[in-house]
Design a protein around this ligand. Structure first.
Ligand SMILES: O=P(O)(O)OC[C@H]1O[C@H](OP(=O)(O)OP(=O)(O)O)[C@H](O)[C@@H]1O
Ligand SMILES: NC(=O)CC[C@H](N)C(=O)O
Ligand SMILES: [Mg+2]
Length: 544
């Protein structure tokens, strides 16, 4: 669930990089593995810095000072395709046609046929196993078709329409064309979020695209509007143009953005994430009341599992007229565990991140509230921690229903066998995580908790609960492939250049899949983290 950002300042002499870095730090919760910024400066030149790591580590003042130009795009990455290799950090760049820089949130589901097309028909080289690099090349190929010396907005809309006719899956994207402007577009089902906002500047307006509205709020941008599903928006210093470029399709934003991913202070598709989480707590309280009465269990205290469940847990406690206590204290320097790569790291970090205070647990029946139980990593650890400090009974309530199916749209849960809810009844899930009882929100209650704030949205992507995938094209064979490619036990073994063929047969031509690290670097300075991974940009590598 990466974060994307685009910024165009009206005055090209003001550098955009520091604001982009600040904005990316507000999107850090969407991706902790890698981050990058590319700015567009004088003479249409691009300046780039990207590396594995958190925003605050990659973008020190030296790195920012070398990112020249009044427009740019940025990305924070949580890998859901390819590997976590630094060569797949975004934004990506292609020099032809026109010079394009590109950042993507989401995941494609037809990479196999797209790779084959790239190879056999478009003759474009894809240098990593990232689906985002592939998507950029689809875009470049569509722009190339104009054959023009200079393109205009019409050409760009046509190209994005062409891309949407080919790319299947989830994609919220921002792009920048050299010397031209910034662009955003969103897949026809609007699965991943992206919106736009502006603010007054001397002689005109500054414009921003971002995954979440919190970035606009914090940077003094107003008038937040979502990019509509199947829509493309082009912003230059002279104009803002919007166009529906794909035929209408079912709007289905991912409900998991509201459950877990987005910040509570963001508003996505007209819905306050905060309000939706409060409503989840209210609705879950009713289910908890019913089940506790049926089982004749009395609860002494409600304890949230920090951070995301706090909002819902407070409402739940209020509804049930039970005390709400912060029994787990979070180490604020440890990031989100769910989006960390690898089960070992996730497991270790739950203990590093949360500490149970005995005085809130000893001799009590505690009701732990979490937003979701996915692999069960968090709940298994914290239930044990609660018991270790003397809890009598540990009941867990989840704001989301059991997660039983893989996500294929930009959340890294590719294997059903890693999901504690897959193939298990509620009682079996409870046993697996060591709880005395688990209570799940029902799916209709989850949907209405979110939808009540924007009834115009007819449906949400709920595939992780239902196994129904709104884009089509996801069948048992696809899920088997995905599992073989990306399950925890195989991930990380992929080499750069090892293309993620999920269908059909990619490869051939001149492609070298032997693990070449590819790409020579032009530009100044040495590599970040000791690696070179870009072509032809003014790299603003940190000197070490
Ligand atoms: O069942 P699991 O596989 O453990 O996944 C679910 C847990 O992971 C997330 O927390 P995380 O620590 O990532 O982020 P948070 O601090 O925002 O709650 C989520 O909020 C749940 O607590
Ligand atoms: N979580 C995401 O949006 C990831 C984007 C892209 N699929 C990648 O792996 O880089
Ligand atoms: Mg959590």
């Amino acid at each position: 669930m990466c974060g994307i950002l685009g910024l165009l300042l009206h005055d090209p002499s003001i550098d955009a990089a520091s604001e982009i870095a600040e904005g990316l730090s507000l999107l850090q919760h969407r991706g902790q593995d890698a981050c990058g910024i590319v700015t567009g400066g004088p003479k249409g030149r691009f300046f780039q810095c990207k590396a594995n790591g958190m925003v605050r580590d990659v973008f020190d003042s030296n790195a920012i000072a070398r990112l020249v130009g009044g427009m740019g795009i940025g990305h924070v990455r949580y890998p859901t395709a390819g590997s976590a290799h630094h060569a797949e950090a975004q934004p990506f760049y292609v020099n032809s046609p026109y010079g394009i820089v590109f950042a993507h949130n989401g995941n494609l589901i037809n990479t196999g046929s797209l790779l084959h097309f790239m190879d056999a028909d478009a003759h474009r080289h894809i240098n990593t196993s990232s689906d985002s690099e592939l998507l950029l090349n689809i875009f470049a190929n569509e722009l190339q078709k104009t054959g023009k010396f200079r393109i205009n907005e019409e050409d760009i809309f046509t190209a994005i329409g062409g891309l949407m006719a080919q790319a299947k899956g989830a994609y919220a994207c921002v792009a920048m064309l050299a010397g031209f402007g910034i662009i955003a577009f969103r897949d026809p089902n609007g699965i991943r979020p992206v919106g736009m906002a502006s603010r007054a500047a001397a002689g005109g307006r500054d414009w921003m695209f971002a995954s979440e509205s919190v970035v606009a709020d914090a940077s003094g941008f107003g008038g937040w509007e979502d990019v509509r599903p199947g829509e493309a928006v082009i912003i230059t210093r002279a104009s803002v143009s919007r166009r529906q470029v794909a035929p209408p399709a079912a709007f289905a934003p991912d409900i998991f953005e509201f459950v877990y991913f987005a910040r509570p202070d963001s508003v996505l598709d007209g819905i306050s994430v905060y309000r939706s989480r409060m409503a989840m707590g209210d609705a879950l309280a009713e289910e908890v009341r019913r089940v506790l009465a049926e089982k004749k269990i009395e609860v002494d205290v409600v304890i949230p599992v920090p951070d995301t469940s706090r909002v819902a847990a407070l409402n739940l406690a209020q509804q049930l007229k039970l005390p709400y206590r912060e029994g787990f204290i979070k180490n604020r320097y440890v990031g989100r565990t769910f989006i960390m790569p690898g089960q070992q790291m996730r497991k270790k970090n739950v203990r590093k991140k949360l500490n149970a205070m005995a005085l809130e647990f000893a001799n009590k029946n505690v009701l732990l509230v979490d937003d979701s139980i996915v692999r069960g990593t968090t709940s298994k650890e914290i239930i044990q921690m609660a018991k270790d400090v003397g809890a009598k009974q540990v009941i867990v309530a989840s704001c989301a229903p059991p997660i039983r199916f893989p996500n294929v749209y930009g959340i890294d849960m590719p294997s059903r066998y890693e999901l504690v809810g897959h193939g298990r009844t509620v009682e079996q899930i409870s046993d697996a995580i060591g709880a005395d009882l688990v209570i799940f929100q029902t799916l209709p209650d989850l949907i209405s908790s979110v939808r009540q704030f924007n009834p115009a949205i007819a449906s949400f992507d709920c595939s992780v609960f239902t196994g129904e995938y709104v884009t089509g094209g996801v069948d048992a064979a696809y899920l088997d492939h995905l599992e073989r490619l990306r399950a925890d036990n195989v991930k990380g073994k992929a080499i750069v250049g090892d293309v993620a063929v999920l269908e059909g047969k990619g490869g051939g031509g001149a492609r070298d899949t032997s693990g070449s690290e590819g790409a020579s670097v032009s530009g100044s300075g040495g590599p970040v983290n000791g690696h070179d991974d870009t072509i032809g940009l003014h790299n603003t590598w940190k000197s070490s």
